[in-house]
Design a protein around this ligand. Structure first.
Ligand SMILES: C[S@@+](CC[C@H](N)C(=O)[O-])C[C@H]1O[C@@H](n2cnc3c(N)ncnc32)[C@H](O)[C@@H]1O
Length: 340
């Protein structure tokens, strides 16, 4: 990544109400779309002043709705970008003013679907298969053997992995393919079963994920052996095989809603990559605490390359793998109830 671009990116992530996550290791692994969002679209706050106008109060309210429902905070300097996205949606739904569009987001029966479309417009769903291969390698070579050793007593021959913020399914399918490959290669794992829970707030993304049809371009990082084994041609594209699909279940879930997250229990590992970066500090802390509750003792949490729990939670221990890291749940000792 050119130095200048990277510098601007670092400047951008230091915005936000409560100090969002700072990249902790090397270059951030962002897709082109995300980079675009954080660089070219970041219009400095002075632009509002230069344009001689204060932001429309309904734009600020729209920002609040997006924040309250999805935890995604747009700083003042990003308001022109939010306005651009809102105006595209206004055209689509025939709203004549930001005020009318705000009403659409708050009082109409389909308000949640519209909010999904607005957030979709903000291009937050960028993802790809095997986006972080070194994490998957750590899962296969270190994390899975450790989990299986810990749980190696019947009837516990079952591993649960959660892809939280799975977008259009590439991450959970990559996890399923990696688990399947490991299972096939390791004789000791033949009796084990593996399950990937995949959740996202955006129903449109989940529909695409369930269909599991992707372009050849989307498969570009999938190892050739897995391309052969885990996809079949479907019209002029490729569909994930039923065997891989059977390992993954998709569910709508807003990470900011406690009651939704609380049913995701007994996880051995959670992958929540490139999601927390969109949240402010308070939403990050809540989410991480819920992940702590959802994980089994010693469970693993993987976050994106440009995300860290530094200053967000002390309830995890950083563990290093070749070329990647993860967080391991620290079990809190409660005198009455034992380990929690
Ligand atoms: C950049 S994508 C990450 C996809 C995948 N995890 C990856 O790393 O490639 C971010 C995803 O987070 C989801 N998301 C954002 N806010 C959310 C929330 N409050 N609850 C659940 N999902 C959310 C978005 O819908 C989007 O699909």
């Amino acid at each position: 990544m050119p130095c200048r671009l990277r510098r601007r990116w670092l400047l951008r992530v230091s915005d936000g109400i409560d100090g969002p996550l700072l990249g902790s290791k090397g270059a951030p692994q962002l897709t082109h779309g995300e980079l675009r969002m954080r660089t070219e679209t970041a219009v400095p706050a002075e632009n509002w002043r230069r344009l001689g106008k204060a932001p429309d109060p309904y734009l600020q309210r729209i920002r609040d709705v997006v924040y309250q429902v999805a935890g995604i905070f747009q700083s003042d300097e990003n308001l022109p970008f939010l306005e651009e996205c809102a105006r595209k949606r206004m055209q689509a739904v025939d709203a004549n003013s930001l005020r009318q569009y705000y009403d659409r987001l708050t009082v109409r029966r389909d308000r949640e679907a519209e909010l999904h479309r607005l957030v979709g417009e903000m291009n937050l769903g960028e993802t790809c298969f095997f986006r972080n291969p070194l994490q998957l390698e750590a899962l296969r070579r270190v994390v899975l053997p450790a989990i299986c050793q810990d749980k190696n007593r019947p009837p516990c021959h079952h591993v649960r992995v959660w892809s939280a913020g799975c977008a259009t399914g590439e991450e959970p399918y990559s996890l399923a393919m990696s688990l399947m490959e490991t299972m096939e290669a390791e004789e000791t794992l033949q009796e084990w079963t593996f399950e990937v829970l995949a959740t996202d707030w955006n129903n449109g993304f989940l529909e695409k994920a369930k269909e599991g049809i992707y372009s050849l371009h989307a498969l570009r990082h999938v190892p050739p052996s897995l391309q052969q084994k885990c996809f079949r041609p479907c019209r002029d594209q490729f569909q994930v095989t039923d065997e891989v699909k059977a390992m993954v279940s998709f569910h709508p879930l807003n990470l900011l809603e406690e009651h939704s997250v609380s049913w995701a229990k007994d996880m051995d590992a959670i992958f929540c990559c490139n999601v927390l970066i969109h949240f402010d500090g308070s939403a990050q802390r809540q989410t991480i605490q819920r992940f702590h509750d959802s994980l089994l003792p010693n469970g693993y949490l993987f976050v994106g390359n440009s995300e860290s729990l530094y200053g967000v939670s002390d309830n995890f221990r950083l563990v290093h793998f070749p070329g990647s890291t993860a967080y391991r749940k620290v079990c809190l000792q409660s005198p009455a109830a034992g380990v929690i």
